[in-house]
Design a protein around this ligand. Sequence first.
Ligand SMILES: [Zn+2]
Ligand SMILES: [Zn+2]
Length: 362
Amino acid sequence: MPDVIDAVRGYIDRRVFAPALVHSEVPEDVKSTVRNSARWLRQFRRVGDLLHYMDRFRGAPETAVYTGLKAAGLSTFEDIRADLLAQFGAWQTDRTRLDDFVVGGTYGSSELVIFAEKYDNRSGGILPIGPKDHHKAVFVKATLSGGKYGNQWLEDGQRLKYFLKSRNNVFKESYSENAAIINHPHVPVYAFVRHQAEGPFRLAGLFKNAGVHTEEDGSKWFELVLRSPAETDVALDARALRDAHEREVRRAQRSSTAERRQRLASAPRAPVTVTVVTKAFIRNPDVVAEVLERAAGTCEGCGHAAPFARRSDGTPYLEVHHKVPLAAGGDDTVENAVALCPNCHRNEHYGSAVWPWQDPDS
Ligand SMILES: [Zn+2]
Ligand SMILES: [Zn+2]
């Protein structure tokens, strides 16, 4: 509901922010806080989250902003609350939920901080979700680009070295953020990872703490180990599911035949199910039709005739492939598409590729 959230923001802007920023009697430090507040409010994506945030200001009128605005005869968050609820109260339940975080999905730092109800981008990398000691998850934001205490993969996607919260280079396990992980081994640790100092984080998976390690300089880090998708019931995006599966297959191939056979003997016969969330592209049917007509039953990769006719209508079976994938920002155009036989198509995705492209994420 982007239009509704824009309407809510516009309303707050008109009633509180704009009058405060132009008023001559409002002190500069109050204006600066108001500007900061306005910037922060732009980060909200859901109306319910924003209304919940504004609830924090109820019955806490001793702030400099509150008294500054009141002294100038202006409205505060508290004053517009009833009006706001009368207009937008129906969206109060439009809240972000834990289920909205999908393995493989990307999230901005503010989004994570808002969900943790910290409302401060300096709140650190460890964000317990929910009331103290009753939190249902811990989010960790891991920037893997070096730095003094360099978080890093010990095993790609599988085991993460992640430094404890520290204050002035002291790493106490009793700090509430660290304790939220150490004292609650069953609470999943959601690892949000990025490789640059800026930009969004990708949810790498749900992890558990396998131990706290101490370095010679006294710094401490968690050894976070991935829980398998089967044991977590978290949704994945299609690519994360594929990556996880390929990783598991490589592990299976590395273990000995005897170990593998032993596992197979006791493995459940029915597969475990997980939820996969997919963002699909609505492809232009004219592009597909045009490219198939251009190919006229011949694979544009190898030049051989389509391997078989479709059961449904007898037309030659070819697959329309995008040279630069739509997911990588490729165009859904005739120029960016080719009609391929299934072999050539798999070769584009998994083999040597006639039309190679570089995945910007890898
Ligand atoms: Zn071919
Ligand atoms: Zn393809």
